[in-house]
Design a protein around this ligand. Structure first.
Ligand SMILES: NC(=O)c1ccc[n+]([C@@H]2O[C@H](COP(=O)([O-])OP(=O)(O)OC[C@H]3O[C@@H](n4cnc5c(N)ncnc54)[C@H](O)[C@@H]3O)[C@@H](O)[C@H]2O)c1
Ligand SMILES: O=C(O)C[C@H](O)C(=O)O
Ligand SMILES: [Mg+2]
Length: 628
């Protein structure tokens, strides 16, 4: 990481006239180590409940791990089997049960089998949060694909049947005028993170209406597991404004409003009311918008981003993750960073995710080229965008305004032997791109023909990023990419795939290019910097941090993203980078005992320690009863 980090920062300073944040922060600190807030989990927790109410409360429940003295203190004696177990024994017993499923599955992982795992984990989540998160954190590689992408997609599709105990809050179109009081029905006085969806575009599965709550729950699981956000302070939210999914409208089991989606001003009024309500009750909360159809994703982002602590994960988180991957692809070719603006990039998909990536990549190229209007204009020519109607050119009728800046000029397109609406395969054949990136939600789009065409790439190591989710929506599999295009490619997909055996002990590395590597750190960094908004600079700092995280050796081996087993560590780094940038931009107002002035005095290592000390870990606190 050292060399690249330096190279990146130096080149950033030269080419992008980026902030001098490391220097400024370090200079502000003259002292040595500092002590920060008390580590989460070590202070006793005062509760106002006793007896069965505690066992039924997943936030406090420890099940068989309640000690005898605690059982006496909290009137639990006789309500539990007498054998007191250690947290380790509890996990062992639970895992044995979970693994038994695996042993009895003959045909390897399948959808129903993953769904069964989700059910078992969800039941644990319902009865003991601490234990649930310990299982998740300690086995993140194995169970992130269950509680998060891809299985969470299946869970959302089947949510009406799977629903048992409610989790999170639902604000519906029928609640207009009531939200400001409804928000007080949530039991927690402190909420740090909200993930909200309107269910209109869940992964690549379309409009799933109220069932989309599953994605908000899954994202918040990662906030707890990766960023150490306290699970008592997260809130999944569904804004149910109806659905345009005809099947759900007819389904007698459907749990949401069975009417067509609100649109226009009425829709905005509902979201406005929700935002006002949650920020009134929890002024310091951060709201992550998730899986809104592109039509609203950009509009809502523009509407709220300068007023509230919010961001759109699909637009901004994905952009940063893709940007880190694109920079990784330049490095993996053994080329200097300064070559990024020379990359030819074909993007399939011009929705919220695709446009977000295009804007971020173009801006970064422009900065590297001197940050002038001319540079910004010329960077545009590095991108070819193909949507459901083919190549987007200026000849496109009713062009989407968000895609317009990336429409190719007609004359220039003709010179390349391409026309408006040209098929992806043709575009790849003529352009010979360095990168083929998919955010189309169209499974198999990178067909044999498209991948064959990519063999003509002028790059020494073409990069293939089928980023759509869940697995069946991936534009291609790693097997297809490595077998057709060749061993010397860089591969990164949105959902997890196994590495490919290339024979003779060689491995075709399958990276996961998923916004999970950024959103937890963006949220945590924003929370504990106390920044009022989430600026472009903070997002850029997060992306650069991810790009710089991999070592030179890893990158040359085709490993451009960390493995998910390192997600807690990368999240810590990302959060620290976000905080430094917030300080640099004078946005940081501090958190708890650490006020803005104290924060400004911290050096880089102290900021990391500050982050680590504010991360929740799944350990049982001592419970002490106090009468209300
Ligand atoms: N890996 C990640 O971190 C990540 C992040 C965000 C979104 N995604 C995935 O990206 C996908 C798209 O998300 P979105 O919000 O942009 O969706 P969207 O519905 O807003 O956009 C989809 C785009 O794909 C285009 N498209 C459809 N069929 C196509 C085809 N045959 N050829 C080329 N383009 C085609 C559409 O015209 C549209 O422009 C989803 O599958 C989502 O799960 C992945
Ligand atoms: O949810 C994910 O896995 C990534 C992304 O937010 C998506 O919408 O696909
Ligand atoms: Mg999403």
């Amino acid at each position: 990481m050292g060399n690249f980090s330096r190279q990146m920062r130096l080149s950033s300073a030269m080419m992008m006239s980026l902030r001098s944040r490391w220097g400024a922060v370090a200079a502000g600190n003259a002292g040595g180590a500092r002590s920060f807030t008390t580590t989460e989990g070590h202070r006793p927790t005062i509760i106002h409940k006793r007896s069965l109410d505690i066992l039924h409360d997943p936030w406090f429940n420890k099940g068989t791990a309640f000690s005898m003295t605690e059982r006496d203190r909290l009137d639990l004696r006789g309500l539990l089997p007498p054998n007191v177990m250690s947290p380790e024994q509890q996990i062992e017993r639970f895992m044995a049960d979970l693994k038994r499923l695996e042993l009895s599955a003959r045909d390897g992982p399948s959808d129903p089998y993953n769904l069964a795992k989700w059910r078992i984990l969800n039941r644990l989540h319902d009865r003991n949060e601490t234990m649930y998160y310990k299982v998740l954190i300690d086995n993140i590689e194995e169970y992130a694909p269950i509680v998060y992408t891809p299985t969470v997609g299946l869970v959302c599709q089947k949510y009406s049947g799977l629903f048992r105990r409610p989790r999170g809050m639902y604000f519906s179109a029928a609640d207009r005028g009531e939200m400001m009081s409804m928000v007080y029905n949530w039991p927690s006085d402190q909420v740090d993170m909200i993930v909200v969806t309107d269910g209109s575009r869940i992964l690549g599965l379309g409009d799933l209406g109220v069932q989309g709550i599953g994605i908000a729950i899954g994202k918040l699981d990662l906030y707890v597991a990766a960023a150490g956000i306290n699970p008592q302070r997260v809130l999944p939210v569904m804004i149910d404004v109806g659905t345009n999914n005809e099947e759900l409208l007819k389904d007698p089991m459907y749990l949401g409003l069975q009417e067509h989606r609100l649109d226009g001003d009425e829709y905005i009024a509902v979201v406005d009311e929700f935002m006002e309500a949650v920020f009134t009750r929890w002024p310091h909360v951060i709201v992550q918008f998730e899986d809104f159809q592109s039509k609203w994703a950009f509009k809502l982002l523009q509407r709220y981003r300068n007023e509230y602590r919010m961001f759109n994960d699909d637009v901004q988180g994905t952009a940063g993750v893709a940007l880190a991957g694109l920079l990784g692809a330049v490095r993996a070719q053994g080329r200097p960073m300064i070559d990024f603006p020379k990359m030819k990039i074909v993007v399939a998909g011009a929705g919220s995710a695709g446009i977000g990536v295009l804007n971020a990549a173009r801006k970064t190229m422009a900065r590297m080229l001197g940050d002038t209007e001319v540079a910004f204009e010329s960077a545009r020519s590095q991108f070819w965008v193909v949507d459901a109607n083919g190549l987007i050119t200026e000849a496109r009728e009713n062009i989407d305004p968000d895609a317009r800046p990336f429409a190719r000029m007609v004359r220039e397109t003709e010179r390349q032997g391409l026309t408006e609406g040209a098929k992806l395969e043709e575009v790849v054949r003529q352009v010979k791109p360095d990168v083929l990136l998919g955010l189309s939600a169209c499974g198999g789009l990178f067909s044999k023909e498209v991948l064959e065409a990519l063999k003509g790439s002028t790059s020494t190591r073409p990069a293939i990023f089928p980023m759509s989710n869940p697995t069946k929506n991936a534009e291609c599999t790693p097997e297809e990419a490595f077998s057709i295009v060749g061993d010397n490619i860089i591969f990164a997909s949105g959902s997890p795939f196994n590495n490919v055996d290339l024979g003779n002990g060689r491995v075709g590395h399958c990276n996961q290019a998923n916004n999970m590597f950024l959103f937890p750190g963006i949220g945590l960094g924003t929370l504990i910097s106390g920044s009022k908004i989430i600026s472009d600079g903070m997002l850029q700092a997060a992306a650069e941090c991810l790009a710089a995280y991999m070592t030179e050796e890893e990158v040359l081996n085709g490993i451009i993203y960390p493995s998910i087993s390192r997600i807690r560590d990368i999240t810590k780094e990302v959060a620290a980078a976000v905080i430094e940038e917030a300080i640099e931009e004078d946005l940081a107002e501090g958190y708890r005992e650490m006020d803005a002035r104290e924060l400004q005095k911290l050096n880089k290592d102290e900021i990391r320690a500050f982050v680590a000390n504010n991360m929740w870990s799944p350990e049982y606190p001592k419970l002490v009863y106090k009468k209300d």
